[in-house]
Ligand binder design. Structure first.
Ligand code: DQA
Length: 152
């Protein structure tokens, strides 16, 4: 990989994930989103990748970031929080840019309420990783590295 455009993974976090550490710690753990971002950056670096780690509580801002990834990132990892289960706009944004995308969740959403079993993102995801706490993010970085460089 020679240019920044082929080595940057955009890692997006949706609503309420800024509350990690204090939000329902029995479900989401006690580490903060900043700590997750540092772990993701270190893991991406060890695989020769750069991570661009962001969070927004606003659906439209996430849509804009997905659109801007075209030409600036080679893949997207997203924990869209509750927008996973509601957002046709995020679904359409991923279809528009057609970049490799991995959906992640800290919790195993299939062991939880029925409304969390539906994902508008899975339909357009390369794969889905859920239930491993913050390791879901690191597993997603591994999977993205493989997607981008199948020989490694
Ligand atoms: C979540 C699961 C979602 O159902 C929930 O709305 C979240 C977090 C997770 O990481 O487990 O905000 O995406």
């Amino acid at each position: 990989m020679s240019s920044a455009a082929t080595s940057t993974i955009l890692v997006l976090n949706g609503p309420n994930l800024n509350m990690l550490g204090t939000r329902e710690p029995e479900i989401y753990g006690t580490q903060t989103l900043d700590e997750v971002g540092i772990l993701v950056a270190g893991h991406a670096k060890s695989l020769g990748l750069t991570s661009d780690f962001r969070q927004s509580n606003h659906e439209g801002e996430l849509v804009t970031w997905i659109q801007q990834a075209l030409g600036t990132a080679s893949g997207i990892i997203i924990n869209a929080g509750a927008y996973t289960h509601t957002s046709i706009a995020l679904h359409d944004a991923f279809k528009s840019v057609n970049l490799p995308m991995i959906e992640v969740h800290l919790s195993n959403v299939y062991q939880r309420e029925d409304f969390r079993h539906k994902s508008y993102l899975s339909l357009v995801a390369s794969g889905v990783i859920c239930g491993f706490g913050i390791n879901s993010y690191l597993l997603a970085v591994d999977a993205m590295a493989k997607l981008l460089n199948p020989e490694t």
